[in-house]
Structures are given as structure tokens and as C-alpha cells.
Design a protein. Structure first.
Length: 394
């Protein structure tokens, strides 16, 4: 694929992914807030669970939710499904364009597991499918009847996947796959459970039967799961811009913190939507936020590197750079994935190396995020040498 065409495809898929994801998240958050705002005040129609008066955009809205379903099927029924489907389709498209097509750079790290691109791609697809089936099996088991136990089990399932991914893919590839797994669970919840259950209830109504409440209960359970997973998956998807999150041995613990903090924030918002006063949770929320932040900083703090050893000359640093960096970070990159230097960082000369010395130290010495997938086989000794060059007395 031509690099220019590939970049345009990446941009258009990313933009489309953002558009449909915002729509999906918006409807998910709205209906969760609507559920929590329902009340049984005043006169209600038969079979109605609760009602809510809302005002927005200069207009007033009166919404009713039925315990199971109305007595007769409405002539016009609005569905909310395509946002979820298209979010997954565009997200998987990005995975193909960015990680499958450039597997050796973004997905594979020979230092973790020496894989061929086809092997890495096969593991990726199989793991996303296996993750969904494992999650679905847990939800359909007796565990699914216990809210707290189910939450802990799903949390453990995602953490197990995170650990396994770090044993197979590069740090970057592992983290994006945790996000992809969670996103797959969410999308298939809509495609494979929520919408089919709604269709079953409608089919029963068309046949003149009373819809079974259990279909709605199951659909609601999966919808709640999607709501609580939304904030964690958003952060994991943008994590690629912050290598310090995934370029260390404890990256799976960062996943745990993201799941806990994102779920906690979502729960707080749900409680507020339900009418609980913010003052009831101020100290708990603030304390939890401080603890999570301290834990995250501790886990991701860079270890001292490049301190011991002899002095490194400009010529030695330039030689390491020529061997491992300029195939991408050059005014004329030779790497097939780039037509221009990433982030406009060119390192062709010693002057340019000095200009971007701190970025070199952070990305190559501290985070070990570069070279991408360590395709050039940079050694620890070379990283340490670059660290000493950056930190040498001026």
C-alpha cells in the first residue's frame, strides 16, 4: 500500500471511528442517566415502570419506561445499534491499517516473542474471539446472577488477557489489544445479546404473546457492563500516545488501575444521576483519585538509566542513531511505514540529535518505546550509551 494512501485511509478511519463512537457513548450515557432519573410520582399508564420530565434545547420532554413492554407494539420504534456496530468496524479497520499492515513495527517485539506477521495477526483475531466467548460464558453461568462476583470475574478476565498480551506482543500492541478486547466485548454485547433479545420480545408481541421479562433483564445487564467499560476503553485507546503506560513490566497493573478508576468515575456519575448528593461522596472520590494517581505515577515512574559507564562521544552517539533511528527519523525515511519523519522529528545530524535529546532519552532510554518493535535490535548497552550521551556535562 502506498504510504500516502495509507495515511489517508488511517485518517478517514480514525475520524469515522471518533464520530460513531461519540454517538454510541452519547446514547449509552443518556439512557443510563434516563434510567436513574425515572420516578413513580404522579399518574402513570398501566405497565409503566417510571417516568421522567426533561428539558433541553428550549423544549420539554416526557419519557416513560415500561416494566417489560407496552400492551401494543408502537407503529414507529427507534433503534440504537448502528453506532455500536460501526464503532467496532472502524476500530477493527484501524487495527488492520495500523497494526496488521505494519505488524513488524507496531505489533511484534522480537524481545518479547519472535513472531511472523501472520502469526501475530492470527493470535490477535483468535484472542478477540476467545475473549468474547469467555466473557459471555461467565455472564450466562451462575456467576452472572451475582452482580459483585460477576464484576470481579470480568475484571479478572480482562487482567488475565492483559498479562497474556504482554507475553506475546510489544508493549504498544499489548495495550491496544486490551482496549480492542474490551471494545469487542461491548460491541458484541449489542450485536449478539441486546438487539437479538429486543427482537425476540417484539416477535412475541407480534404473535400476541406476553414478552418474557428475562430478555430485557439480560439486555439491561449487558448494557450496564458497556456503560462501566466505556471510560476505561477510551483511555486504553489513546494510550498509544503515552508510551510510559505500557513500556514496563507492570503494564498490566496500569490496566487494572484504568479499569478501577474508570469504573469508579462512571459509578459516581450514575449515583449523581440517581439523585444522590455529590457532598455524600466528595471525600471518598477525592481520596480514591489521589490514591489511584499516586499508584499510577509509582508504577510508571522511569528507572534511572544511562548513569554508569564511560563518556560517549558525538561520533559514537551518531553511529548508534544511524543504526537504529534514522530509518524512520530522517528527512527521507527508508522505513516502509513512513514517508515523513514521525512527529516531524528528524535525527540526521548531531545538531538535530541535540535538539531532540530529551525526547531521545525519554522514548529510547527510559520508556524503551523506540525503535518501533525494536526491529533493529537495539541492545541495552546502546540505550545506556545514548543515556550517558544525553546526560553528559554540557
Amino acid at each position: 500500500m502506498d504510504i500516502f494512501v495509507g495515511e489517508w485511509l488511517n485518517l478517514l478511519l480514525r475520524w469515522a471511528h471518533m464520530i460513531v463512537a461519540i454517538g454510541w457513548i452519547g446514547t449509552s450515557f443518556y439512557f443510563m442517566a434516563l434510567d436513574y432519573s425515572l420516578s413513580k410520582l404522579g399518574r402513570m399508564n398501566e405497565g409503566v415502570l417510571g417516568t421522567a420530565w426533561q428539558v433541553h434545547g428550549g423544549g420539554f420532554y416526557h419519557v416513560e419506561k415500561y416494566t417489560v413492554a407496552p400492551a401494543t407494539l408502537p407503529q414507529v420504534l427507534h433503534w440504537f445499534k448502528w453506532e455500536a456496530y460501526l464503532t467496532w468496524v472502524t476500530g477493527f479497520g484501524l487495527l488492520v491499517v495500523q497494526y496488521y499492515y505494519h505488524a513488524e513495527a507496531f505489533l511484534i517485539d522480537p524481545g518479547v516473542m519472535p513472531l511472523q506477521p501472520w502469526q501475530a495477526i492470527t493470535i490477535s483475531i483468535a484472542s478477540l474471539a476467545a475473549g468474547w466467548f469467555a466473557y459471555d460464558l461467565v455472564c450466562r453461568s451462575k456467576i452472572g446472577d451475582n452482580v459483585a462476583l460477576l464484576a470481579l470475574t470480568v475484571f479478572a478476565l480482562i487482567l488475565i488477557a492483559a498479562v497474556l498480551y504482554t507475553k506475546v506482543f510489544s508493549g504498544r500492541g499489548a495495550f491496544i489489544h486490551v482496549g480492542s478486547l474490551v471494545g469487542t466485548i461491548m460491541a458484541v454485547n449489542v450485536f449478539g445479546v441486546i438487539i437479538p433479545n429486543q427482537k425476540k420480545m417484539i416477535a412475541q408481541m407480534i404473535r400476541g404473546e406476553t414478552p418474557e421479562a428475562r430478555y430485557g433483564v439480560i439486555g439491561k445487564q449487558r448494557s450496564i457492563h458497556n456503560s462501566y467499560l466505556t471510560l476505561p476503553v477510551l483511555l486504553m485507546m489513546v494510550s498509544q500516545h503515552y508510551p510510559f503506560l505500557f513500556t514496563h513490566q507492570q503494564s498490566w497493573l496500569v490496566v487494572a488501575l484504568i479499569l478501577l478508576s474508570g469504573g469508579f468515575i462512571r459509578h459516581m456519575l450514575n449515583l449523581i444521576d440517581a439523585g444522590d448528593g455529590w457532598n455524600r461522596y466528595t471525600w471518598a472520590a477525592a481520596s480514591a483519585a489521589v490514591v489511584a494517581l499516586i499508584a499510577a505515577i509509582y508504577l510508571t515512574a522511569p528507572q534511572p538509566r544511562g548513569g554508569a559507564g564511560g563518556a560517549v562521544t558525538d561520533a559514537q552517539a551518531l553511529a548508534i542513531n544511524a543504526k537504529h533511528c534514522v530509518s524512520c527519523h530522517s528527512h527521507n525515511p527508508s522505513h516502509p511505514a513512513f514517508k515523513e519523519p514521525p512527529k516531524n522529528v528528524a535525527l540526521d545530524t548531531i545538531a538535530e540529535m541535540r535538539r531532540f535529546a530529551q525526547q531521545i532519552h525519554m522514548q529510547t532510554v527510559q520508556n524503551r518505546a523506540m525503535p518501533l518493535g525494536n526491529q533493529t535490535g537495539m541492545t541495552e548497552e546502546e540505550r545506556e550509551a545514548l543515556g550517558r550521551w544525553v546526560n553528559r556535562p554540557k
